[in-house]
Ligand binder design. Sequence first.
Ligand code: NAP
Ligand code: G4F
Length: 320
Amino acid sequence: MGKKTALVTGITGQDGSYLAELLLSKGYKVYGMVRRSSTEKFERIEHIRDQVEIRQADLLDQLSIIDLIEEAQPDEVYNLGAQSFVPTSWVQPVLTAEFTGIGVTKVLEAIRLVNKKIKFYQASSSEMFGRVIETPQTETTPFYPRSPYGVAKVYGHYITVNYRESYDMYACSGILFNHESPRRGMEFVTRKVTDAAARIKLGLSKELRLGNLDAKRDWGFAGDYVEAMWHMLQQKEPDDFVIATGRTHTVQRLVEVAFERVGLNWKEYVQIDKKFLRPAEVDLLVGDCSKAKNQLGWEPKVSFEELIQMMVDEDLKRLS
Ligand code: NAP
Ligand code: G4F
């Protein structure tokens, strides 16, 4: 078989960069879709930029996606592009719905029009479980989203299922629990904490202001999670999978691990700031990834403690 081709939306994001690396290592030709910006934001893919075909298109613009899929003729499309920060989804609920929800239909419609045989991956989210109905959460746990972002992801999830069932397309959703890395955006809580711990250690900052320390998340390593995305598109039949570690920790525990890594007592530096509380919170997430283990042979490799220590160490290196 010849070289496979993949198209990745959201290639400039955390997951897009790890997935592009993985696909290149497997010998794929990789197209990356980026939206037009007055300044380029390619930091995460700078090291592989000459190996990927970057093209401009936008999840808000149907024709641009059709044109790109026609040009790339991909075997696989990974739809990672989204407005992915939960608090922003209350500030820009309509835009979030358009990028994160309707954008999925635009990509599916483009595939249906150009070539129904193209395999499709949708970046679904544990945020869809929201106010959880059962614990741990599995592929059959009912959704109860708690943010406009979560609602948009539920739409994206079900439209993916619907295209699979309506048009016999190979369309899969990965229901991924929180996954982080040294490339995580600065506003997400893990990176905000590891960056602050490093800054305080180096004397560049004096305090860290946070919201809800009691929220619990199932945090894994993004590098592990993109492998699961790829596995989902290599199966005989399309299906949906929960991708998680099965362990959950509070935000406070995250803070403890990060500050322990730099030898500081977090209580001396962390302040609670109401501005970081959300209109509706997701209190607890913990996933059961047995189906992915059994059917995909996928398992997380990096533990929570290793992940946070890796992020602190990288932030220290960058800031030193
Ligand atoms: P991220 O770092 O925020 O990256 C999002 C990407 O989407 C960026 O490349 C961004 O481009 C692009 N994008 C945004 N709006 C777009 C538009 N209108 N047209 C084209 N591209 C657009 O997110 P991530 O953490 O890598 O997550 C990847 C996907 O997985 C997202 O769909 C996210 O919602 C989902 N997800 C993430 C997690 C997690 O814990 N990380 C868990 C479950 C699901 P710019 O660089 O131009 O902003
Ligand atoms: O890091 P977060 O902003 O991630 P959140 O909201 O769980 O969403 C992430 O994971 C989802 C998967 O479940 C993805 F779909 C989504 O795209 C994104 O990647 O917040 C985690 C927790 C929340 O409970 C929040 O209230 O941390 C709590 N938190 C406490 N203080 C804070 C802060 N979160 C942020 N961002 N900033 C704070 O100062």
